[in-house]
Design a protein around this ligand. Structure first.
Ligand SMILES: Nc1ncnc2c1ncn2[C@@H]1O[C@H](COP(=O)(O)OP(=O)(O)OP(=O)(O)O)[C@@H](O)[C@H]1O
Ligand SMILES: [Mg+2]
Length: 290
Protein backbone atom coordinates (compact mmCIF):
# COMPACT_ATOMS: atom_id res chain seq x y z
CA UNK A 1 0.00 0.00 0.00
CA UNK A 2 1.03 3.58 -0.59
CA UNK A 3 2.22 6.42 1.64
CA UNK A 4 1.11 7.75 4.95
CA UNK A 5 -2.36 9.01 4.11
CA UNK A 6 -3.72 6.02 2.20
CA UNK A 7 -6.23 4.88 4.73
CA UNK A 8 -7.61 8.33 5.56
CA UNK A 9 -10.52 9.52 3.51
CA UNK A 10 -9.93 13.12 4.56
CA UNK A 11 -6.20 13.71 5.14
CA UNK A 12 -5.37 16.09 7.96
CA UNK A 13 -4.15 19.64 7.35
CA UNK A 14 -4.22 21.86 4.28
CA UNK A 15 -3.07 20.38 0.97
CA UNK A 16 0.60 20.76 0.06
CA UNK A 17 -0.39 21.40 -3.56
CA UNK A 18 -3.67 22.97 -4.56
CA UNK A 19 -4.53 23.83 -8.14
CA UNK A 20 -7.75 25.68 -8.82
CA UNK A 21 -8.90 26.09 -12.42
CA UNK A 22 -5.28 26.01 -13.66
CA UNK A 23 -5.19 27.13 -17.27
CA UNK A 24 -2.27 27.20 -19.68
CA UNK A 25 -2.36 28.55 -23.18
CA UNK A 26 0.44 28.60 -25.71
CA UNK A 27 -0.57 31.35 -28.12
CA UNK A 28 -4.17 30.60 -28.98
CA UNK A 29 -3.92 26.90 -28.04
CA UNK A 30 -5.38 25.98 -24.68
CA UNK A 31 -3.33 23.09 -23.35
CA UNK A 32 -4.68 22.97 -19.78
CA UNK A 33 -8.34 23.78 -19.54
CA UNK A 34 -8.94 24.26 -15.84
CA UNK A 35 -7.18 21.69 -13.68
CA UNK A 36 -8.44 21.28 -10.12
CA UNK A 37 -6.24 19.08 -8.00
CA UNK A 38 -5.16 18.76 -4.39
CA UNK A 39 -2.21 16.75 -3.15
CA UNK A 40 -1.72 16.27 0.56
CA UNK A 41 1.52 15.85 2.47
CA UNK A 42 2.91 12.36 2.19
CA UNK A 43 0.58 11.51 -0.66
CA UNK A 44 1.72 9.85 -3.88
CA UNK A 45 -0.38 10.80 -6.88
CA UNK A 46 0.12 9.15 -10.26
CA UNK A 47 -0.87 11.19 -13.31
CA UNK A 48 -1.93 9.17 -16.32
CA UNK A 49 -3.14 10.26 -19.71
CA UNK A 50 -2.53 10.08 -23.43
CA UNK A 51 0.27 11.90 -25.17
CA UNK A 52 -0.46 15.60 -25.42
CA UNK A 53 -3.01 15.62 -22.59
CA UNK A 54 -0.97 18.17 -20.65
CA UNK A 55 0.74 16.09 -17.95
CA UNK A 56 4.20 17.57 -18.46
CA UNK A 57 2.80 21.07 -18.78
CA UNK A 58 1.03 20.67 -15.43
CA UNK A 59 4.26 19.56 -13.70
CA UNK A 60 6.14 22.44 -15.35
CA UNK A 61 3.58 24.89 -13.97
CA UNK A 62 4.02 23.53 -10.45
CA UNK A 63 7.78 23.85 -10.88
CA UNK A 64 7.35 27.34 -12.44
CA UNK A 65 9.15 26.40 -15.62
CA UNK A 66 5.98 27.77 -17.21
CA UNK A 67 3.67 30.54 -16.06
CA UNK A 68 -0.07 30.05 -15.62
CA UNK A 69 -2.38 31.91 -17.98
CA UNK A 70 -5.35 31.45 -15.67
CA UNK A 71 -6.33 30.04 -12.32
CA UNK A 72 -4.06 29.57 -9.33
CA UNK A 73 -1.70 27.06 -7.79
CA UNK A 74 -0.65 27.08 -4.16
CA UNK A 75 2.20 25.08 -2.68
CA UNK A 76 2.21 24.90 1.09
CA UNK A 77 -0.32 27.72 1.22
CA UNK A 78 1.75 30.10 -0.93
CA UNK A 79 0.54 31.24 -4.33
CA UNK A 80 3.06 30.29 -6.99
CA UNK A 81 4.63 33.07 -9.01
CA UNK A 82 2.35 35.79 -7.68
CA UNK A 83 1.39 37.20 -4.32
CA UNK A 84 -1.70 38.96 -3.12
CA UNK A 85 -1.18 42.45 -1.69
CA UNK A 86 -3.93 44.96 -1.09
CA UNK A 87 -6.44 42.77 -2.86
CA UNK A 88 -4.33 42.62 -6.04
CA UNK A 89 -1.99 40.03 -7.51
CA UNK A 90 1.64 41.03 -7.99
CA UNK A 91 4.26 38.98 -9.82
CA UNK A 92 6.83 37.73 -7.34
CA UNK A 93 10.46 38.81 -7.55
CA UNK A 94 12.91 36.39 -9.21
CA UNK A 95 14.54 35.61 -5.87
CA UNK A 96 11.20 34.75 -4.35
CA UNK A 97 10.36 32.47 -7.29
CA UNK A 98 13.77 30.80 -6.95
CA UNK A 99 13.03 30.19 -3.26
CA UNK A 100 9.69 28.59 -4.15
CA UNK A 101 11.28 26.45 -6.85
CA UNK A 102 14.06 25.26 -4.54
CA UNK A 103 11.46 23.44 -2.44
CA UNK A 104 10.39 21.29 -5.36
CA UNK A 105 12.49 18.54 -6.92
CA UNK A 106 11.90 17.40 -10.47
CA UNK A 107 13.09 14.30 -12.28
CA UNK A 108 12.71 14.19 -16.04
CA UNK A 109 12.41 11.46 -18.62
CA UNK A 110 15.91 12.29 -19.82
CA UNK A 111 18.31 12.33 -16.94
CA UNK A 112 19.77 15.80 -17.60
CA UNK A 113 22.94 15.27 -15.59
CA UNK A 114 25.88 17.58 -16.20
CA UNK A 115 28.12 15.42 -18.43
CA UNK A 116 31.39 17.00 -17.28
CA UNK A 117 30.69 16.33 -13.60
CA UNK A 118 30.92 13.08 -11.66
CA UNK A 119 27.85 11.59 -10.00
CA UNK A 120 28.82 13.16 -6.68
CA UNK A 121 29.62 16.54 -8.24
CA UNK A 122 26.20 16.51 -9.90
CA UNK A 123 24.56 15.89 -6.53
CA UNK A 124 26.47 18.55 -4.56
CA UNK A 125 26.28 21.27 -7.22
CA UNK A 126 22.95 22.86 -6.30
CA UNK A 127 23.29 22.61 -2.50
CA UNK A 128 26.66 24.39 -2.70
CA UNK A 129 25.84 26.99 -5.36
CA UNK A 130 22.16 27.63 -4.74
CA UNK A 131 21.78 26.84 -1.04
CA UNK A 132 25.32 27.97 -0.11
CA UNK A 133 25.83 24.77 1.83
CA UNK A 134 29.30 24.16 3.19
CA UNK A 135 31.11 22.01 0.52
CA UNK A 136 32.31 19.37 3.00
CA UNK A 137 28.82 19.03 4.41
CA UNK A 138 27.30 18.91 0.91
CA UNK A 139 29.75 16.13 0.04
CA UNK A 140 28.79 14.12 3.10
CA UNK A 141 25.11 14.59 2.28
CA UNK A 142 25.79 13.72 -1.38
CA UNK A 143 27.49 10.45 -0.48
CA UNK A 144 24.64 9.59 1.84
CA UNK A 145 22.12 10.24 -0.96
CA UNK A 146 24.12 8.20 -3.47
CA UNK A 147 24.10 5.40 -0.94
CA UNK A 148 20.34 5.81 -0.59
CA UNK A 149 19.90 5.22 -4.34
CA UNK A 150 22.38 2.34 -4.26
CA UNK A 151 25.26 4.11 -5.98
CA UNK A 152 27.78 4.86 -3.24
CA UNK A 153 30.51 3.03 -5.15
CA UNK A 154 29.80 5.01 -8.34
CA UNK A 155 30.29 8.47 -6.78
CA UNK A 156 33.30 9.29 -8.95
CA UNK A 157 31.89 8.00 -12.25
CA UNK A 158 30.87 10.38 -15.02
CA UNK A 159 27.36 10.09 -16.52
CA UNK A 160 28.77 8.54 -19.71
CA UNK A 161 30.19 5.73 -17.54
CA UNK A 162 26.80 4.97 -15.98
CA UNK A 163 23.80 3.03 -17.30
CA UNK A 164 20.54 4.85 -17.92
CA UNK A 165 19.07 3.44 -14.73
CA UNK A 166 22.11 4.54 -12.74
CA UNK A 167 21.99 8.01 -14.27
CA UNK A 168 18.34 8.31 -13.38
CA UNK A 169 19.10 7.29 -9.79
CA UNK A 170 21.80 9.98 -9.65
CA UNK A 171 19.21 12.45 -10.96
CA UNK A 172 16.88 11.45 -8.10
CA UNK A 173 19.71 11.87 -5.57
CA UNK A 174 20.49 15.28 -7.08
CA UNK A 175 16.89 16.41 -6.70
CA UNK A 176 16.78 15.14 -3.10
CA UNK A 177 19.96 17.07 -2.25
CA UNK A 178 17.94 20.28 -2.15
CA UNK A 179 15.75 18.71 0.54
CA UNK A 180 12.52 19.27 -1.38
CA UNK A 181 9.14 18.94 0.23
CA UNK A 182 7.62 17.84 -3.06
CA UNK A 183 9.01 15.63 -5.81
CA UNK A 184 7.73 15.70 -9.38
CA UNK A 185 8.56 12.82 -11.72
CA UNK A 186 7.89 13.08 -15.45
CA UNK A 187 7.95 9.58 -16.95
CA UNK A 188 11.21 8.80 -15.16
CA UNK A 189 11.49 5.28 -16.57
CA UNK A 190 10.18 5.65 -20.10
CA UNK A 191 13.60 6.32 -21.66
CA UNK A 192 15.12 3.26 -19.98
CA UNK A 193 15.75 -0.22 -21.32
CA UNK A 194 13.15 -2.54 -19.75
CA UNK A 195 15.68 -4.32 -17.54
CA UNK A 196 16.65 -0.99 -15.90
CA UNK A 197 13.15 0.18 -15.05
CA UNK A 198 12.86 -1.85 -11.85
CA UNK A 199 15.86 -0.33 -10.07
CA UNK A 200 14.51 3.19 -10.56
CA UNK A 201 10.99 2.24 -9.46
CA UNK A 202 12.47 0.62 -6.35
CA UNK A 203 14.17 3.88 -5.39
CA UNK A 204 10.91 5.76 -5.99
CA UNK A 205 8.97 3.24 -3.93
CA UNK A 206 11.43 3.66 -1.03
CA UNK A 207 11.06 7.42 -1.32
CA UNK A 208 7.27 7.09 -1.17
CA UNK A 209 7.57 4.83 1.87
CA UNK A 210 9.74 7.45 3.57
CA UNK A 211 6.77 9.84 3.41
CA UNK A 212 7.81 12.06 0.48
CA UNK A 213 4.99 13.84 -1.31
CA UNK A 214 5.18 12.84 -4.96
CA UNK A 215 3.40 13.56 -8.22
CA UNK A 216 4.42 10.94 -10.75
CA UNK A 217 3.59 10.94 -14.45
CA UNK A 218 3.99 7.33 -15.49
CA UNK A 219 2.69 4.58 -17.70
CA UNK A 220 3.91 1.95 -15.22
CA UNK A 221 0.53 0.63 -14.14
CA UNK A 222 1.89 -1.78 -11.55
CA UNK A 223 3.77 1.09 -9.87
CA UNK A 224 0.59 3.19 -9.88
CA UNK A 225 -1.42 0.33 -8.43
CA UNK A 226 1.08 -0.56 -5.71
CA UNK A 227 2.50 2.82 -4.70
CA UNK A 228 0.01 5.54 -5.53
CA UNK A 229 -2.52 6.73 -3.00
CA UNK A 230 -4.51 8.22 -5.85
CA UNK A 231 -4.54 8.00 -9.62
CA UNK A 232 -5.52 10.99 -11.73
CA UNK A 233 -6.44 10.48 -15.37
CA UNK A 234 -6.07 13.52 -17.64
CA UNK A 235 -7.20 13.97 -21.20
CA UNK A 236 -7.21 17.07 -23.41
CA UNK A 237 -6.13 19.35 -20.58
CA UNK A 238 -8.71 18.35 -18.00
CA UNK A 239 -8.92 15.83 -15.16
CA UNK A 240 -11.36 13.23 -16.45
CA UNK A 241 -11.33 10.92 -13.46
CA UNK A 242 -9.47 10.46 -10.20
CA UNK A 243 -9.64 8.09 -7.32
CA UNK A 244 -8.28 5.03 -5.62
CA UNK A 245 -5.78 3.21 -7.91
CA UNK A 246 -7.68 -0.08 -7.69
CA UNK A 247 -10.92 1.57 -8.69
CA UNK A 248 -9.56 3.75 -11.50
CA UNK A 249 -7.30 1.08 -12.98
CA UNK A 250 -9.62 -1.90 -12.63
CA UNK A 251 -13.06 -0.41 -13.10
CA UNK A 252 -12.79 3.11 -14.48
CA UNK A 253 -16.04 5.05 -14.53
CA UNK A 254 -15.29 7.16 -17.59
CA UNK A 255 -15.19 5.73 -21.13
CA UNK A 256 -12.12 7.84 -21.96
CA UNK A 257 -10.20 6.34 -19.04
CA UNK A 258 -11.25 2.83 -20.06
CA UNK A 259 -10.19 3.39 -23.69
CA UNK A 260 -6.78 4.71 -22.57
CA UNK A 261 -6.15 1.82 -20.17
CA UNK A 262 -7.17 -0.74 -22.80
CA UNK A 263 -4.72 0.83 -25.23
CA UNK A 264 -1.86 0.84 -22.70
CA UNK A 265 -2.51 -2.82 -21.87
CA UNK A 266 -2.54 -3.79 -25.55
CA UNK A 267 0.77 -1.96 -26.06
CA UNK A 268 2.26 -3.74 -23.05
CA UNK A 269 1.19 -7.10 -24.47
CA UNK A 270 2.75 -6.33 -27.86
CA UNK A 271 6.02 -5.33 -26.15
CA UNK A 272 6.02 -8.50 -24.03
CA UNK A 273 5.37 -10.68 -27.06
CA UNK A 274 8.15 -8.95 -28.99
CA UNK A 275 10.60 -9.43 -26.10
CA UNK A 276 9.66 -13.13 -25.86
CA UNK A 277 10.18 -13.57 -29.63
CA UNK A 278 13.57 -11.84 -29.44
CA UNK A 279 14.62 -14.20 -26.66
CA UNK A 280 13.53 -17.18 -28.76
CA UNK A 281 15.41 -15.86 -31.81
CA UNK A 282 18.57 -15.61 -29.75
CA UNK A 283 18.24 -19.30 -28.95
CA UNK A 284 20.36 -21.07 -26.34
CA UNK A 285 23.69 -19.45 -25.39
CA UNK A 286 26.31 -20.48 -27.98
CA UNK A 287 28.98 -22.70 -26.53
CA UNK A 288 32.58 -21.45 -26.59
CA UNK A 289 34.14 -22.71 -29.85
CA UNK A 290 37.73 -22.62 -28.58
N1 LIG B 1 6.18 25.36 -25.32
C1 LIG B 1 5.09 24.94 -25.98
N2 LIG B 1 4.59 25.65 -26.99
C2 LIG B 1 3.47 25.27 -27.66
N3 LIG B 1 2.78 24.15 -27.37
C3 LIG B 1 3.23 23.39 -26.38
C4 LIG B 1 4.41 23.73 -25.63
N4 LIG B 1 4.61 22.77 -24.69
C5 LIG B 1 3.62 21.88 -24.85
N5 LIG B 1 2.79 22.24 -25.86
C6 LIG B 1 1.60 21.51 -26.30
O1 LIG B 1 0.79 21.25 -25.17
C7 LIG B 1 0.15 20.00 -25.28
C8 LIG B 1 0.41 19.20 -24.01
O2 LIG B 1 1.78 18.87 -23.96
P1 LIG B 1 2.41 18.07 -22.77
O3 LIG B 1 3.85 17.93 -23.07
O4 LIG B 1 2.02 18.72 -21.49
O5 LIG B 1 1.66 16.67 -22.90
P2 LIG B 1 1.93 15.30 -22.15
O6 LIG B 1 0.63 14.87 -21.58
O7 LIG B 1 3.07 15.45 -21.22
O8 LIG B 1 2.30 14.31 -23.36
P3 LIG B 1 3.38 13.09 -23.41
O9 LIG B 1 2.68 11.91 -22.79
O10 LIG B 1 3.60 12.90 -24.88
O11 LIG B 1 4.61 13.50 -22.69
C9 LIG B 1 0.68 19.35 -26.54
O12 LIG B 1 -0.27 19.49 -27.56
C10 LIG B 1 1.92 20.14 -26.86
O13 LIG B 1 2.16 20.18 -28.23
MG1 LIG C 1 4.97 14.59 -21.12
Amino acid sequence: MGGAVTSQSTPAGPPLVRAVNAIKEFGSTRVLDGIDLEVHRGEVVCLLGPSGSGKTTFLRLINQMERLTGGRIWVDGELLGVEERGGRLHVRKDRDIARQRARIGMVFQRFNLFPHMTALENVVEAPVHVKRMNPAEARRQGLRLLELVGLAERADYYPSQLSGGQQQRVAIARALAMEPELMLFDEPTSALDPELVGEVLTVMRDLADSGMTMIVVTHEMSFAREVADRVVFMDAGVVVEEGDPEQVLRSPREPRTRAFLDRVRREEQVLEQRAARELEDLGPEPSDPS
